[in-house]
Ligand binder design. Structure first.
Ligand code: CMX
Length: 436
């Protein structure tokens, strides 16, 4: 049996034993310090969460299951003929099982997602009933929450399933949700931007990304490859970011994966998290309007200076954890150099990669003057005619499902308890400081 479920059924008992061993033998050891800043400063950097699927190094970027993202992208099997990229389905296999899939294993996830992809009518009717003014991200949250009626976990829980087998129905829900997301996300796109046109039929000839692009009305092969890459790059970023933490927190209450993922998407919809890619494009559009497509270096520097003087940050640059160019930016740039290096937006983004850090360094306060993932994605999507900025975070959300649902399966497999940190009022903190 090549399925993820069979792999997990073998692996989970071993990992559970290891996990319980850590808990029993080392549970009272200290691995961090909590300062007042930790409590009032968004718990920044506190080592408080576990995450089996990925880990972030401030210089090297994200590792999926201990493997550099660049190597993940190089090694994921190419499933469809002619494609130059691996599949997000293979990436889900890697994140859940901890092993790079063989070609047949990645193919099996692809065909399972094709089989499981039909979205129930009531959910599509609900999406169709929403006013166009409802933001695509709010629509995505609503649609995923509504799919909770499909939950195998709820069914198993209500029948009295034991804790030890929760992961099995969480896995089923996660597979079903991943499979259904392209149809849900494309229905939202077509309703909001294309007057409800477009197909909702999943084709057995296509993989997950191919079906998504077809349903968006953008079936170009190079675009499908871009989406494969995009989905892999945005899938996972440890468990402390808002979208991953939200699904972990809500899932810890044993809310099902549909509700947990809906919560995750509510977080991703925020401007400090998933909306940044949109901001980059708005800024680039203003730049091109002000100084044209081929400005001089001095004109670019002046435009960047003016942004800073206006009290704004340069979007797409800097990071809370990373301290070098985000490898996800580099991988997108490599794609761009292969497929569309003459695109005016791509040329501009590539030039800015050299110029913006010089300007930001002069401020002497920016911890990381280099580009992050969001600095590149917009111009690539524009190149392939996905032009609607309001939709970009939905695309990010579809890819994030892969990481947060893989994390959720492991949280239930290892029996992670409900989250319940202690909180303090500001006067309690003051009292605490006086007594210290
Ligand atoms: N342009 C201008 N100033 C910047 C900057 C940028 N791109 N990035 C950081 N700074 C400034 C900060 O505003 C801060 O200034 P003040 O001390 O005056 O408040 C100072 O440099 C120090 O900040 P930092 O420690 O370098 O960065 P933070 O960890 O506080 O914030 C981030 C990180 C991403 C919010 C910030 O770099 C930023 O606003 N970047 C632009 C927006 C963006 O691209 N967001 C997407 C992030 C991608 C992701 O999280 O996945």
């Amino acid at each position: 049996d090549k399925s993820i479920k069979a792999k997990l059924a073998k692996k989970i008992p071993e990992e559970r034993e290891k996990f319980l061993g850590i808990k029993c033998l080392h549970g009272d050891k200290t691995i961090g310090r909590i300062s007042v800043n930790s409590v009032i400063g968004g718990m920044r950097g506190l080592p408080l969460l576990f995450c089996e699927t990925s880990s972030l190094d401030k210089n090297k970027g994200i590792f999926y299951r201990g493997m550099l993202l660049k190597d993940v992208c190089a090694k994921l099997p190419r499933v469809r003929k002619g494609t130059q990229e691996g599949t997000p389905e293979g990436c889900f296999y890697l994140l859940t099982t901890g092993q790079m899939p063989k070609k047949e294993e990645a193919e099996q996830v692809t065909s399972e997602w094709v089989k499981r992809g039909n979205v129930p009518r009531y959910c599509l009717r609900m999406i169709d009933s929403l006013d166009k003014r409802v933001h695509p991200m709010a629509q995505l949250c609503a649609a995923c929450a509504c799919l909770s009626a499909q939950s195998k976990f709820v069914e198993a829980y209500n029948k009295g399933a034991k804790r030890g087998v929760y992961w099995e129905s969480i896995y089923e829900d996660s597979m079903n949700l991943c499979a259904m997301l392209p149809t849900v996300a494309a229905a939202i796109y077509n309703n909001v931007f294309k007057d409800g046109e477009g197909t909702r039929e999943i084709s057995e000839e296509q993989d997950w990304s191919g079906n998504y692009c077809r349903m968006l009305g953008l079936p170009d092969e190079a675009f499908i490859d871009l989406i494969r890459l995009y989905m892999i790059l945005h899938a996972d970023h440890e468990s402390g970011n808002v979208s991953a933490h939200a699904s972990h927190l809500v899932g810890s209450a044993l809310s099902d994966p549909f509700l947990s993922f809906s919560a995750s998407m509510c977080g991703l919809a925020g401007p400090l998290h998933g909306l940044a890619n949109q901001e980059v494009l708005v800024w680039l559009t203003k730049l091109r309007k002000a100084i044209g497509d081929e400005p001089t270096d001095d004109e670019l520097k002046k435009f960047i200076d003016d942004t800073l003087k206006g009290g704004q940050v340069v979007p797409g640059y800097g990071h809370a954890v990373l301290r070098d160019t985000d490898p996800r930016f580099i991988l997108q740039n490599e794609f761009a150099m292969k497929h569309c290096k003459d695109d005016a937006g791509v040329k501009l983004v590539t030039r800015l990669w050299k110029i913006i850090p010089e300007v930001l360094k002069k401020l002497n306060k920016v911890a990381n003057p280099y580009p992050n993932v969001d600095a590149h994605s917009g111009v690539l999507l524009q190149h392939y005619c996905l032009k609607e900025l309001n939709y970009y975070t939905v695309l990010f959300g579809v890819s994030r499902a892969i990481g947060v649902l893989a994390q959720l399966i492991w949280s239930r497999a290892l029996g992670a308890p409900i989250e319940r940190p202690k909180s303090f009022s500001s006067s309690e903190i003051c009292r605490f400081i006086k007594e210290a």
